[in-house]
Design a protein around this ligand. Structure first.
Ligand code: GRF
Length: 203
């Protein structure tokens, strides 16, 4: 399966996917990495691995909608089977979802529907929950509202700062992402309402 991965930062999730795809049995390879900003470690990781990259900044376009359409066009050019948002800090718009709806996944550092939005780890810590985690979901038009592919639970420790908690979440998140994307690539997946299952729908 062909993966296009979108990043905005450190790209440790991207790196985990790149490392996993070194094994042909994994069943997927990263054919391109896109970003909404330059000078990020995520892009450097792609370049080091010899993977084509592209950058589209919202500010380069006359509207958010034009940006969204340009993203959709460029991603489509790489003919992905699955698009993975891995720490990509922009919401996809209508054109992007029209094109990739159902095959666009995002990873979030909290147990959705708890703590959606930009600060999943910080919000969980501030709330005082004893467990949190990470969620992989199929992106829909809402903010972190799409059908859930998988979740992993991570404990909150008494001494945690946002950083230590987020690092613990990210370790679990990477493992979940690699496991699920591999299964999606090898087995396919089926979305029925809010239920996501691995495996193709019987004909
Ligand atoms: C991940 O925790 C992701 O869920 C969140 O930002 C982090 C990105 O990490 N939105 P990285 O860029 O993959 O290292």
């Amino acid at each position: 399966a062909r993966l296009v991965v979108l990043v905005s930062g450190a790209g440790t999730n991207l790196q985990a996917l790149i490392d996993a795809t070194a094994d042909p049995a994994y069943g997927a390879r990263v054919v391109a990495v896109g970003a909404d900003r330059d000078d990020i470690v995520g892009l450097a990781r792609a370049e080091r691995a010899g993977i084509p990259t592209f950058v589209k900044k919202v500010g380069q376009f006359s509207s958010r909608d034009h940006w969204d359409r340009a993203m959709a066009e460029t991603v489509a050019g790489f003919e992905p089977d699955l698009v993975v948002s891995a720490g990509f800090m922009k919401l996809a718009g209508e054109s992007f979802l029209e094109r990739f709806g159902g095959r666009f996944v995002n990873t979030h550092p909290a147990l959705l529907p708890s703590f959606p939005g930009m600060h999943g780890a910080a919000d969980a810590l501030a709330y005082g929950v004893k467990v949190t985690g990470a969620t992989l979901f199929i992106v829909d038009a809402g903010v972190d509202t799409g059908p859930i592919v998988d979740q992993v639970v991570v404990p909150v420790e008494a001494e945690d700062s946002v950083e230590t908690l987020h690092e613990r979440i990210k370790a679990a998140e990477r493992q979940m992402l690699v496991d699920c994307v591999g299964r999606m690539a090898r087995e396919g997946w089926t979305v029925t309402g809010r239920t996501v299952q691995f495996g193709r729908r019987p004909a």
